[in-house]
Write a protein that binds this ligand. Structure first.
Ligand code: CDP
Ligand code: MG
Length: 895
């Protein structure tokens, strides 16, 4: 039963080895070692793969001849018309003022921090300063620069822009690389890549051979990957004293980074921005509701609102007096403003001379929700143009896709914005999953008299710059991951932005001329409630993936996780690290002395939650790939089952009609399969299917798309040839609703109809997230179950949270007799109580086979006692269950 011993697991991995061809893909990421005999020892297996991954071709003569060609091209370029005209534009950027300074400091110091306002030319110009300086020197010393970007979309768009500035086609001296896609050649000396791509390269090529400069862009964003990269670079510069590091940041916390790199020099590029007027919720409400108030007309003020009126800074509130409603201020405070809401109380005191309706409006608003109505009114006001501000593009910041969609649809229904009816506006959504083409449209200038409205996530805060923005509407919200390490509970929730985010959003309006920014929160909230800075991501996420990625690097292989973590710029707390390390040991990715198992090695290469990764790997090994990918994708996305509040029971019934094997996961699989067959009949049939069965076609489509991505990830590490085929199909033609299904061969899905196997896979993937179902004693006598208990009398025990509840939407909610008293689940959700939303029943055997190595079965007084994992689950089986177990065991053995 030692299934977690490396050798045993390894044999399974190899049993799928007919997909091994020793071929290389994309110059990195390798399939299988050719000589499988080598790989039976854990360590040597990993080192064989690493050697092959690092098969970088450093042919010196080739490099030298490419270099001299590049130098000649650069000389010729100086007289090209296109190059010259771009150069004029480039020289106007503030970064050019600091060009000599930056190059000098880089000569003197190995690490340099550069900060400057967004748009000053850091990303596009600084790498070119270095490249150009080297192209003027001897041909043997052309720089080889890697510049990391936090997002795929920015790596591509910046590389395109820089190639254009250099009057070259992309992939010559400038290229980009993102996961699964690259445009670069042997001549590429400036590579824009995502942070993940560089981290992955470090796995095979620990010294970054041949790289002369690493530029880490947008370090202020403090993503988990960027903080991790800094940690690696800090160690690497000792081994590579000839390599230079440049950290580029948009805001002013440059000192933090400089201190981290032993007080290295910093340069600040002075900004070239225009003033932006800033308005808060109280102003916005006043304007949209009272924009035509008699008071204002009487004064005939040329300013609608803003500072400077009658000397001293004033507020729009000051313009709006509407005392027609009599109102008692004390009552107002008592009735309208909850005691605990200090923000509003103080606001009230500060603006106590302001009209009652305005205050009442603010008090009545649910400040935790974005007031779409208000956004729409503001947009109308801007587009209408009855104000002093110049025409220009509008950028609206929304927390996520759902809100973007909601506002977009609202605007489509409003004749003022719907450009089919009139051509006053063009509206574009902007988020990280846009295609290149869609993205380009956003940068184009609309015809005169047409207002461009862009509804964006915080991607437009720093990564994507749209030059012609004059108006910014800041919802004040963003999506933020948070994580409770003690409970292993992760959530992605809307939260308030930090003050730094809000300022950055505001700054987006002042790029080409002065602009206006509307924040949908009060000025009081801005000053007193928003955090100064966002917590770094590394302190808000589960650390399992990071632990694995640390372990995979030679640099850290011999160090303890704790000592590596303590070197992180602002380390997460020890408790989270210990929880992650324990989880990894429980699921078999790390040994007790923190060594990577082969399973851990492969999981480290899959950028998904470790449990989801495990399901994908096991699905591939056990040849039930397609259903495993469907479930993995649904675990990574959300449930496609919808339950409208007035039809909840009907929706639950439909869901239960799909129920399979006491498993929410298999039930979903069933529904998904139904959707795929409906989709074959056409779009209408698939919509009808969704409507009838209370399913969200949008979520199902998302699952299908995630499935394709997962197949590609697997094929990247040699676990799924079908991923490659899926990609080929995707490129060659439009795919059906379910690309993977079409693409997977019969072998990968040999066992896809085997329900027991699928439940066992789920157990393997989700262990140790196990619930034990307890039936009250009184229903037994002499070890026999005498009467069925009511569903409500069953109790559900977990290891870390004590008793929990199965969510009413689960197919297991009404179950009264559990054939096996164990359920596995991915996550708990904490609302009023701790709920398990989706769970699957698992029998004892998968638990024995996959549930770690600490399992004992003993016979005590004629009863089998099964204890799992440091004695947490003690399962004294009544005799009738023992009989069932034995029967099942015999069945399993026969199988
Ligand atoms: O990195 P930073 O925010 O400091 O600026 P940048 O990305 O280097 O952009 C400098 C200038 O290049 C911007 O102000 C834009 O005018 C221009 N640019 C562009 O036109 N298209 C791009 N994809 C990127 C930059
Ligand atoms: Mg930049």
């Amino acid at each position: 039963l030692q299934t977690h011993s490396p050798k045993y697991t390894l044999m399974w991995f190899l049993s799928d080895s007919d997909s091994s061809e020793g071929e290389e893909y994309d110059g990195e990421g390798l399939f299988w070692p050719e000589d499988k005999a080598d790989v039976f020892e854990n360590d040597s297996y990993i080192s064989v793969r690493k050697k092959m991954v690092s098969k970088h071709n450093h042919n010196l003569t080739n490099i030298l001849s490419e270099n001299s060609k590049l130098c000649q091209q650069f000389q010729r370029k100086q007289s090209s018309r296109h190059y010259m005209s771009m150069l004029v534009q480039r020289k106007n950027l503030p970064a050019w003022q600091e060009r000599e300074n930056i190059l000098d400091l880089l000569d003197q110091s190995q690490v340099l921090v550069v900060s400057g306002m967004t748009g000053c030319g850091k990303t596009t110009q600084i790498p070119q300063f270095i490249l150009d300086a080297s192209l003027r020197g001897p041909a043997g010393q052309v720089a080889n620069i890697v510049c990391t970007q936090p997002r795929r979309i920015s790596a591509i768009s910046v590389a395109q822009r820089v190639a254009q500035e250099r009057a070259e086609s992309l992939g010559n001296s400038v290229g980009y690389q993102i996961r699964l896609e690259s445009v670069k050649t042997s001549a590429t000396r400036l590579l824009y890549c995502t942070t993940g791509v560089l981290l992955r390269r470090l796995e095979g090529d620990a010294d970054l051979k041949g790289v002369t400069h690493v530029i880490v862009d947008e370090v202020h964003e403090r993503t988990e990957e960027s903080d991790f990269l800094l940690l690696v670079l800090k160690d690497l510069i000792v081994q590579r004293p000839d390599m230079k590091i440049i950290l580029m940041s948009a805001t002013l916390n440059a000192e933090l980074f400089s201190e981290y790199f032993s007080n290295c020099p910093t340069i600040h590029i002075p900004g070239q921005t225009f003033p932006v007027e800033q308005f808060f919720l109280e102003d916005a409400i006043a304007e949209t509701r009272y924009g035509n108030s008699p008071y204002k007309r009487k004064h005939n003020s040329s300013r609608i609102y803003g500072p400077g009126y009658k000397g001293g800074p004033r507020n729009a509130m000051d313009y709006v007096f509407d005392d027609s409603e009599s109102f008692d201020k004390t009552d107002f405070v008592k009735d309208s403003i909850p005691d605990q809401d200090l923000c509003l109380q103080e606001l009230f005191i500060r603006y106590s001379d302001v009209s009652a309706p305005v205050l009442k409006t603010i008090a009545a608003m649910d400040l935790d929700k974005i007031n779409m109505d208000l956004v729409e009114r503001l947009l109308e006001w801007i587009v209408e143009g009855n104000h002093k501000y110049p025409p220009g593009a509008v950028l609206v910041f929304m927390p996520g896709m759902a809100e973007i969609r909601m506002l977009y649809e609202r605007l489509q229904a409003n004749t003022m914005f719907n450009h089919k009816g009139s051509s006053r506006c063009v509206v574009y959504p902007l988020h990280s999953s846009l295609s290149n083409e869609e993205q380009k449209a956003i940068f184009s200038r609309p015809p005169d008299g047409v207002t461009k409205i862009i509804i964006s996530t915080n991607i437009a805060e720093t990564s994507v710059t749209i030059d012609d923005v004059v108006y910014v509407i800041d919802s004040g919200k963003m999506k933020e991951k948070t994580y409770d390490a003690a409970k292993c509970m992760e959530s992605l929730e809307d939260s308030w932005v930090s003050r730094a985010n809000a300022m950055q959003r505001k700054g987006r309006a002042g790029r080409v001329a002065s602009g206006v920014c509307f924040h949908l929160f009060t000025s009081h909230c801005f000053k007193h409630q928003l955090a100064e800075q966002q917590l770094p991501e590394i302190q808000r996420v589960p650390l399992e993936q990071l632990c694995l990625r640390i372990k995979i690097l030679d640099l850290f292989a011999e160090k303890t996780l704790e000592s590596v973590f303590s070197q992180i710029i602002e380390p997460p707390d020890l408790e989270s690290l210990e929880a992650a390390s324990q989880q990894l040991q429980d699921l078999g990715a790390l040994t007790a002395d923190e060594k990577l198992t082969p399973l851990g090695y492969h999981l480290a290469n899959l950028p998904v939650d470790v449990r989801i990764g495990k399901l994908m790997l096991f699905g591939s090994m056990f040849r039930c790939l397609d259903p495993a990918l469907t479930i993995a994708a649904s675990l990574a996305s959300k449930s496609p089952f919808v339950s409208p509040w007035n039809k909840r029971e009907e929706a639950n019934m439909k869901r239960r009609a799909f129920a399979v094997g006491n498993s929410d996961h298999l039930t979903l699989l069933q529904a998904y399969k139904g959707w795929c067959s409906a989709a074959k009949k056409g779009t209408r049939a698939s919509y009808a299917y969704c409507r009838e069965n209370f399913l969200s076609s949008r979520v199902l489509e998302e699952i299908a798309s995630l499935k394709r991505q997962f197949a590609e990830l697997l094929s990247d590490i040699g676990f799924c040839r079908e991923g490659l085929r899926a990609r080929a199909i995707e490129r060659a033609s439009t795919h059906g609703a379910d690309g993977v299904l079409k693409a997977t061969g019969p072998e990968a899905n040999l066992n896809s109809e085997n329900i027991s196997l699928m439940s066992a896979m789920l157990c393997a993937a989700l262990y140790p997230n196990v619930i034990q179902v307890q039936t009250p004693e009184e229903y037994y006598s002499d070890g026999e179950l005498k009467k069925l208990p009511k569903a409500s009398e069953l109790r559900f025990l977990t290891k870390s949270d004590g008793y929990v509840h199965v969510h009413p939407s689960s197919v297991n909610h009404h179950t009264r007799l559990y054939e096996s008293p164990f359920l596995v689940y991915l996550e708990k959700v904490k609302t009023r109580r701790v709920f398990i939303r989706d769970c699957s029943m698992t029998s004892v055997f998968p638990l024995l086979l996959f549930g770690g190595s600490q399992i004992n079965v003993e016979l005590h007084n004629g009863e089998f006692v099964l204890s799992l994992d440091d004695g947490w689950i003690k399962f004294a089986a009544p005799s009738y269950q023992v009989a069932a177990l034995v029967k099942e065991l015999r069945w399993e053995l026969d199988e």
